[in-house]
Design a protein around this ligand. Structure first.
Ligand code: G3I
Ligand code: 9MR
Length: 593
């Protein structure tokens, strides 16, 4: 108590006399920490000549429980900004704290944070509940909507077969029904490639932490009335996924091929789902979509086995049929300009185009093999795995990390968890990033290289690296991997170059204006639990809709919390799944303490 009074008195005196404007900034995980966790904050200094800072942490009774002067000043290799790190991991008591920073000029800033036993439980729940809000074809209602109810839109019971997808059985203009599923992102379309990838990560997350997800309650309609009520109660997390899987099944044509997407011809305005009136089409079948579908259905057939046998038989049949179509059509790529040159109406929505399907073949084959044990799939794996390995030799980035366009790692991680491959590739891949931590201004294995920043990097870069660390921890038991997984989450939740907590509705400075039609059009505003894409120096949106980035903004700050910024501030199903997989992985470990 005495310490804190003296500190505050001195600080106030210095503060009054101070003439400088620039001040240091504290960046830390705005959701706080569990007592066992490493706890650090980054102080971004106003300039390289700034003097050392002093940091005091006070508890709710205003007792100083920690104080120190961070010694080392380091440079952010991307922006060149000078930073200091304070490590207050010694704190181990649950409570609310305030960190006071007295900078070299005597200026004071402060930030509140919590130490609690389960700091990421609500984050995990909310990131999963985001999918309930994304549901197409139904109204979201209380009590499930938790304040964000909205009317139904996009029944998708009158979807037109686009000329590019026409067959003798289903000529152009044939009406099919393809309801349910999740809206992909900030837009209202439904894309198989991205849905398949999302389901892959979803199922991996489930299998990684089965016991945790089996008991996690999401407050969705299925929590109460289980659709498969004659079977064993399905965990909420798998019930939510089923809403999307049922839609995916409707996207398979009679011949086994799978439509690339269900879409309006061009993006809707920022209106509510029930206000949308554009026609919706299924467009051409592609090899990538068909293989991602095959892999998803094969995984589903395995994972839902304890809950719904009839569904599993249907999913397996759909997977096999899709795979056979892909073998017969191994190189049908989604080339939107080429398609538009040939067919009308023109389609200008998301492409999810991918001109290398070796990894999609590999994933489908691994999943069909794991499901059936059938040697036929194993034999084919050989040729695709070889292609992938060859490419890997030339470009280490090819195999890892996983993204919607590179699904090889999903197969690899599944093999790893089944004890059918070794962890070396994963550990080697992680090593340089973990080595970076020693000089990292954000004490993170992510965010120290320009190449870490691109469209969707918060998920595909940061969260995914954290998930890889969780796998490495599970396989080796080495603490450093658990700590680095937590460090990735710290980065997402505020210990980063912009100081944003990149999850809507969480933290003291959250993403508040995402590129998200459901949020923008909702009278209550931004929906909670969504991860923003993140800093993207390519700035593909820079010339549109008044999107203006500051001149020469560093790559790790190339982010606008501005609704029109689709290249840095959109939300998507494939990104949120990595957020909840990482948060759940850490929360499950916290629960063991
Ligand atoms: O593959 C190249 C790589 O070789 C190159 O080094 C790198 C340099 O920037 O670019 C890579 O291509 C990027 C590609 O994603 C693959 O990662 C493109 O620049 C980048 O523009 C592209 O962004 C995609 C974006 O659509 C535009 O097509 C995002 O990954 C993808 O998540 C996003 O998806 C959209 C949907 O189309 C529509 N719905 C919303 C969704 C999220 O924004
Ligand atoms: O809203 C669209 C978003 O969902 C997509 O990810 C993005 C890239 O395909 O495109 C957005 O739509 C923009 C369009 O591409 C260009 N004009 C402005 C649109 C958003 O207001």
């Amino acid at each position: 108590m005495r310490n804190s009074i003296i500190f505050l008195a001195c600080a106030c005196a210095l503060f009054t006399g101070c003439k400088h404007n620039a001040s240091s900034d504290i960046r830390l995980n705005q959701l706080g920490f569990s007592p066992m966790q490493e706890m650090t904050a980054t102080i971004v200094l106003p300039d390289s000549t700034a003097e050392a800072n002093a940091v005091f942490i006070l508890n709710e009774n205003n007792d100083t429980v920690w104080s120190g002067v961070p010694a080392v000043t380091m440079k952010n290799p991307i922006s060149g900004k000078s930073c200091q790190i304070v490590d207050f991991s010694a704190l181990d008591t649950v409570g609310t704290y305030t960190m006071y920073l007295k900078d070299g000029q005597g200026k004071i800033s402060n930030v509140k944070f919590q130490i609690s036993n389960r700091p990421y439980r609500e984050l995990t729940r909310s990131a999963l509940r985001a999918y309930y809000h994304q549901r197409a074809s139904m109204a979201t209602e209380e009590p499930y909507a938790e304040g964000y109810a909205r009317p139904a839109g996009h029944p998708d019971d009158h979807v037109l077969v686009h000329a590019s997808a026409a067959t003798p059985e289903r000529p152009e203009g044939t009406v099919i029904s393809s309801p349910e599923g999740w809206y992909d992102a900030g837009d209202y379309n439904k894309y198989i490639v991205n849905s398949g990838f999302t389901m892959g990560v979803w199922f991996l997350a489930y299998e990684f932490n089965k016991a945790y997800f089996d008991t996690l309650k999401l407050n969705i309609p299925e929590s109460i009335v289980n659709r498969q009520s004659s079977n064993r109660q399905c965990p909420d997390m798998l019930s939510e996924a089923m809403y999307n899987i049922r839609w995916m099944m409707t996207m398979q044509d009679l011949d086994g091929g799978v439509y690339h997407k269900l879409t309006e011809p061009d993006f809707e305005g920022f209106i509510r789902p029930d206000q949308c009136k554009k026609p919706r089409y299924v467009v051409m079948k592609t090899t990538a979509a068909t293989l991602d579908f095959a892999a998803t259905m094969a995984m589903a057939a395995r994972i839902y086995a304890p809950f719904d046998e009839a569904f599993c038989a249907q999913a397996k049949e759909a997977a096999v049929k899709a795979y056979q179509w892909a073998l017969a059509h191994p190189a049908v790529y989604y080339d939107q300009p080429k398609m538009n040159a040939q067919f009308k109406p023109e389609i200008t929505t998301g492409a999810y185009d991918d001109f290398d399907v070796n990894d999609e073949f590999y994933w489908a084959e691994i999943e069909l093999y794991l499901l059936t044990g059938d040697e036929q799939y194993k034999a084919n794996i050989g040729s695709h795995a070889r292609n992938i390995a060859n490419t890997l030799a030339q470009d280490g980035k090819y195999y890892l990390p996983a993204t919607w366009g590179n699904v090889a790692e999903l197969a690899y991680l599944d093999l790893l968890m089944h004890g059918k491959t070794g962890a070396n590739a994963l550990l080697e891949h992680l090593k340089p990033y973990i080595d970076d931590v020693e000089t990292s201004v954000f004490r993170s294995p992510y965010g120290n290289r320009e190449s870490d920043f691109f469209w969707g990097c918060n998920s595909e870069g940061c969260c995914w690296r954290g998930i890889e660390c969780l796998y490495a921890y599970r396989l080796t038991g080495e603490e450093k991997y658990r700590i680095n997984a937590e460090r990735c989450l710290n980065y997402i939740l505020g210990q980063n170059a912009t100081g944003y907590c990149y999850v809507t509705g969480f933290g003291t400075k959250p993403t508040a204006h995402p590129h998200h039609r459901l949020s923008y059009s909702h009278p209550k505003g931004t929906l909670p639990g969504f991860l923003a894409g993140g800093p993207n120096p390519a700035q593909q949106d820079a010339q549109t809709d008044g999107v203006k980035y500051p001149k020469d903004v560093p790559a790790d700050e190339s982010y606008l919390d501005y609704q029109p910024s689709y290249a840095s501030n959109e939300v998507t199903i494939n990104w949120n799944v990595t957020l909840f997989a990482l948060a759940a992985g850490i929360d499950a470990l916290d629960a063991q303490h």
